[in-house]
Ligand binder design. Structure first.
Ligand code: UN1
Length: 513
């Protein structure tokens, strides 16, 4: 791995062989059990972090709670200035951080850089937002009264993120958290803890340079037990969690039991509808990138293609051709398209899914398989596969975090395709490939896609930060990133002020004393 500059990147990011996994910004703690991070690229040990003990968690929460009282008093545009500085540091460290993302998670270096770019972009967005945390002014029904609403900071926000976007998901949340006047406690995935340490080092430096209190950005590490400390903690009004539907249901119930808020961004089962009017060349690019990008481990990855019968064979053949061109290997080598899965457990799930689709009657058109031999020693490299299947298959209804694409056939009008597309429990991303205006508009209409993201002539993945990101149904309903997603990080207050000497009651009620 040294040939790809990993050692130097780790050094630039301040990541050690052994890292304290708990941090309040200026203080780092490390007495819990170590978590080792092995690269799926070459199975090398990259480094270790300690997991957060209950006592350390208590120290973090004390720090965060205290920092919040101070941070909320800093005017929002000045909070934006701190986020601007953080974005600039990310610009300086884009290459090493992109490299660490690629090496620890396994996505291509290009995608690692893209992920850091998303962090930079959300910082820019948040800086602008820091002057636009607007509420409305309404007309009171009473004379001499003024009514308006305002948004105030909420408190300590808990962030639980997944391995597949080990740095960007935190940033989409925390850049907004900070301009909104909140502080964050972040638990990254235990599969990518060093990305968490690297990010915490970057923000800790910005906070130190600005003599800001520790606790504005906190890091904790560990498995679900550490996550549970946050979901059960009444001092955390909002928990933002990205991950599986299974995890999301546990988090949502724990947080709801204390009437806290959760922002959930869970699994997808994203489809592209390919109609007779589709541009086949664009369809193939969109579908292949959607299915094999990040080795099929994005929550927006394309899992299903719903193809009209009249062009089914043509699209299938074009895909098979395209899959023959794919180069699988070290993601730091820019000649490769597809890197490894995150670990050998993920490989087992990929293999089980392929077995299951065959058992349910599916027909494999591009064979999968685990790669062995030189360059594939980690055992995490798999061949992207394509199977012809039915939407009703159990395995097609599930989100398998791997590069397996299911081809489904539809006949008749686009409504039939929309029904298949919506016929899953997940509701994250969706797309239609068509040059037919009626089909496109139908797909976007009230009777169209039921997903949080619906695209025309674009694939399902690669959403921009400017839009609100998230999905419906079992995807959890949360929205992160752009548009007005910031509102969930604030508490809302309606204010009515009477500037007369009378006290008229609303609804015309008379109450004379
Ligand atoms: C995720 O996989 O959790 O739309 C997020 C995309 C990325 C985000 C994916 N911007 O593919």
């Amino acid at each position: 791995a040294t040939d790809f500059g990993i050692e130097k990147a780790l050094q630039q990011l301040g990541v050690q062989d052994m890292n304290p996994g708990t941090s309040t910004g200026s203080e780092n703690f490390g007495s819990g059990e170590p978590i080792a991070s092995y690269s799926p690229v070459d199975a090398q040990l990259i480094g270790k972090v300690t997991s957060t003990t209950e006592e350390e968690y208590g120290m973090v929460m004390e720090s965060a709670t205290k920092a919040f009282r101070q941070w909320r008093m800093v005017p929002a545009p000045q909070r934006g200035e701190i986020v601007r500085q953080f974005g600039n540091k990310l610009r300086e460290l884009k290459e090493p951080l992109g490299k660490l993302v690629s090496y620890e998670m396994g996505k291509s270096y290009q995608e690692g850089l893209g992920e850091v770019q998303e962090m930079i972009d959300i910082c820019d967005f948040a800086v602008g937002l820091s002057r636009q945390l607007h509420g409305l002014t309404m007309h009171s029904e009473r004379p001499g009264h003024r009514m308006y609403e305002q948004y105030h900071p909420l408190g300590v926000v808990g962030i639980i993120s997944a391995f597949n976007f080990p740095v960007a998901v935190w940033a989409w949340n925390t850049a907004l958290v900070w301009v909104c006047g909140d502080v964050c406690v972040w638990k990254p995935s235990e599969k990518t803890p060093l990305c968490g340490v690297a990010c915490q080092n970057i923000i800790a430096e910005v906070l130190k340079e600005n003599k800001l209190p520790e606790g504005i950005s906190c890091l904790i590490n560990g498995d679900y037990r550490v996550g549970e400390m946050m979901t059960h903690d009444k001092r955390i009004p909002l928990v933002s969690a990205t991950g599986s539907i299974r995890m999301g249901k546990i988090v949502a119930q724990a947080v709801a039991a204390r009437l806290g808020k959760s922002l959930l961004e869970l699994g997808g089962n994203n489809a592209i509808i390919v109609t007779p009017d589709a541009d086949i060349k664009m369809t193939v690019i969109g579908a292949v990138f959607g299915a094999v990008g990040t080795a099929g481990q994005r929550c927006t990855s394309t899992r299903r293609l719903i193809i009209h019968e009249s062009i089914y064979e043509k699209v299938k053949n074009a895909l098979v051709d395209a899959y023959q061109q794919l180069r699988i290997g070290n993601p730091l080598d820019e000649n490769n398209h597809v890197g490894p899965l995150i670990d050998t457990d993920a490989v087992k799930m990929y293999e089980a899914a392929l077995e299951k689709v065959k058992k349910e009657g599916g027909n494999i058109v591009v064979e999968g398989g685990v790669l062995t031999g030189e360059g594939y020693e980690s055992g995490c490299y798999v061949k992207p596969a394509i199977a012809e299947a039915e939407n009703s298959f159990e395995i097609v209804q599930e989100e398998t975090f791997a590069p397996i694409l299911y081809l489904l056939k539809y006949s008749g009008s686009v409504e039939n395709a929309i029904e298949l597309q919506n016929g899953v429990v997940q509701g994250l991303s969706s797309a239609i490939m068509t040059n037919n205006l009626r089909e496109a508009e139908k797909f976007l209409s009230v009777a169209g896609s039921d997903c949080g993201i619906a695209n025309v002539n674009i694939g399902t993945s690669g959403a921009e930060i400017g839009g609100a990101f998230g999905g419906e149904k079992e995807t959890g309903g949360g929205r992160e990133s752009g548009s007005d997603a910031w509102k969930i990080y604030m508490r809302r207050q309606t204010n009515t002020i009477n500037y007369t000497t009378e006290l008229p009651l609303a609804q015309g009620i008379k109450f004379d004393l």
